[in-house]
Design a protein around this ligand. Structure first.
Ligand SMILES: *[C@@H]1O[C@H](CO)[C@@H](O)[C@H](O)[C@H]1NC(C)=O
Ligand SMILES: *[C@@H]1O[C@H](CO)[C@@H](O)[C@H](O)[C@H]1NC(C)=O
Ligand SMILES: *[C@@H]1O[C@H](CO)[C@@H](O)[C@H](O)[C@H]1NC(C)=O
Ligand SMILES: *[C@@H]1O[C@H](CO)[C@@H](O)[C@H](O)[C@H]1NC(C)=O
Ligand SMILES: *[C@@H]1O[C@H](CO)[C@@H](O)[C@H](O)[C@H]1NC(C)=O
Length: 258
């Protein structure tokens, strides 16, 4: 039989949980309000999961709220980009001046901010000539009159390129020059049915980049075929319409999604 004491005890536990719930609710609401007001959540990224294409450039997105609509004086803004696991900075901009004395050599001559846009709240960093070891988590920290904060950007590295089509007799081939990780290749007809009369050969180069040639047999003149090249990071969708004779063949509507 429960004594009166026990019942009160359990009642209090329940109340503490309810109160804790209310406190959490109130805290989260007030954080949200502060975020709008500008002292918290001033820094964030439009694209927290960018994908860099090996050897090309990528923008690591970061923006901050400015204290006035017309922007911020750059002499009052400091921006530091760091990478998880590295003690030295990736890039540092301190009150109008670039400070690269403590820059990790991995990023030498490969990084820059958009200096004309900093005053408008743009702390994004351009990273040139993306390399495999650039993959990882980056932190963008901003200190400005409107407040300070940090957001993270998780860069993944892939290699991808639109395929080149060729048509010989009744065979259509798609050649992918550089893919990483190794993709799957799939052909669809104009009604999006998967076509199984295809064969794909993969080749590795020394850097681990995959090249492939995929051929689709028994194609029909004037029909459209879609080649889908896909790994877990990138999906490329290309449509080829075969118009005889060979000289007027065109591959078109290349698009790369990620
Ligand atoms: C910052 O500026 C660059 C260059 O104009 C632009 O590509 C990028 O999208 C901008 N980023 C943000 C977050 O506004
Ligand atoms: C294409 O077809 C022509 C005539 O049927 C044949 O002579 C030629 O060898 C074929 N080419 C290929 C690459 O199969
Ligand atoms: C392709 O699909 C057709 C019908 O869906 C089937 O008859 C044929 O055996 C398949 N060919 C291969 C190589 O799987
Ligand atoms: C290509 O390299 C990948 C990983 O680096 C490996 O798994 C695959 O077996 C290689 N393929 C060929 C055809 O060498
Ligand atoms: C393909 O289309 C062209 C005109 O666009 C036409 O002249 C030709 O006869 C067509 N070929 C086939 C096999 O349907």
């Amino acid at each position: 039989m429960a004594s009166l004491g026990q019942i009160i005890f359990w009642g209090m536990i329940v109340m503490i949980f309810v109160a804790a719930g209310l406190i959490i609710l109130i805290l989260s609401v007030s954080f949200a309000v502060q975020g709008l007001g500008g002292s918290q959540g001033t820094v964030d990224s439009n694209n927290k999961w960018p994908i860099g294409n090996l050897g090309e450039d990528v923008i690591l997105s970061c923006k901050f709220k400015t204290s006035t609509n017309s922007g911020e004086s750059t002499s009052q803004v400091s921006i530091t980009w760091k990478k998880k696991g590295l003690s030295e900075v990736v890039y540092r901009y301190n009150k109008g001046a670039v400070q690269l004395t403590e820059q990790n050599p991995q990023f030498k001559d490969r990084t820059q901010l958009f200096s004309d846009a900093i005053g408008g709240g743009n702390a994004s960093m351009l990273l040139r000539n993306v390399k495999m070891k650039d993959e990882g988590v980056y932190y963008c920290s901003v200190n400005a009159p409107s407040g300070s904060g940090t957001d993270s950007v998780n860069l993944r590295v892939a290699a991808f390129s639109a395929p080149k089509f060729k048509w010989v007799n009744t065979t259509l081939t798609a050649e992918g020059e550089r893919w990483f990780p190794k993709p799957d290749v799939l052909w669809l007809d104009v009604n999006d049915n998967v076509l199984n009369e295809s064969e794909t050969s993969f080749f590795n180069n020394s850097a681990g980049i995959t090249r492939f040639i995929s051929s689709l047999q028994q194609i029909t003149l004037n029909d459209s075929y879609t080649c889908i090249i896909q790994n877990y990071l990138v999906k490329a969708v290309s449509r080829a319409t075969v118009k005889g004779p060979v000289s007027t063949f065109r591959g078109k509507e290349n698009s790369i999604l990620y």
